[in-house]
Write a protein that binds this ligand. Sequence first.
Ligand SMILES: *[C@@H]1O[C@H](CO)[C@@H](O)[C@H](O)[C@H]1NC(C)=O
Length: 345
Amino acid sequence: MIAGVVGRSTTGIHSQCNGSNDSIVPAVIVFGDSVVDTGNNNYLETIFKVNYPPYGQDFSGGQPTGRFSNGKVPSDFLVEELGVKDVLPPYLDPTLKIEDLVTGVNFASGGGGYDPLTSELASVISLEEQTELFKEYMEKVKSMAGEEVVNTILSKGLFIVATGSNDVTNTYFNNPIRLYHYDFDSYTRLMVDSASSFLQNLYNLGARRIGVFGIPPIGCLPSQRTLKGGTQRECAKKYNELAELFNTKLAMEINYLNHNLPFVKMVYIDGYYLPLDIIQNPTKYGFDVSNIGCCGTGTIEVAFLCKYTCTNVSEYVFWDSFHFTENAYRIIVRNSLSKNMNLIM
Ligand SMILES: *[C@@H]1O[C@H](CO)[C@@H](O)[C@H](O)[C@H]1NC(C)=O
């Protein structure tokens, strides 16, 4: 057993009452992009990095940690909601101790994607490299805590994957290498094939509880409204179409793997319809503004272009023109966990 698992869940998912070990998640391991990166990119030479204000203004101590939001990101809310720990540290942080490692770490890297070209163009950690780092992590835990602990992490830990948006916005629509050679059908096939081999590798390494987020309604991100939504800044239809097509295929592939890989529990987690509902009905969720972000003019700024912010970030669904606020992420994660935990445990 791994020490340090305490029940602080606010969703009641982490049930202490039934006495079953299966209801305890000893560790959370995350792979993906800026939606879930908690600071790995701080250690890279890339422009996809946000370890400076105003990023992190609402994080504990107001620190810019490399999280692409004003505060916590989904990986943090996952460990918080499951009662594992407060925040999920980036694996590349050299100060991590063994107790940080055994309760889970984060391999996500902002700017990455399923398409290998996406991370290459951004000079960030590809999914293949994230897998290599995960292998290194397992060796480290094995040598420091023993094989038993590694086996518990693999069999009972929650593995989460969240990526794919940058493939659509940065690589497909913005790059002739892809746009002229792939239509929607073949490009989403490329993305899903990459997702599938990544997930099978993860399974072969021993992971058994795996949740994979679909991509958001990318056409409704403030930046895409500005660039492709016309003078009225409507949601860019083609971007949403591509996102929906990808999500449908991804869900089918995950369903297939779930039925064909022995002893795995793999689920597709909606990352589209809930965010879309929040964007279309912000007041229902306690927000006022969903078509611009809080930083800068809200229409286009991301990363180093964010120089100033709105006066009250709590009113906003989006932090910058590409990433949600901490409050929006909290709602998305709580909802996703309560819908999917029974499928994964
Ligand atoms: C900020 O916005 C939130 C949500 O609309 C609201 O509840 C709160 O009172 C606002 N704070 C201030 C200082 O205006």
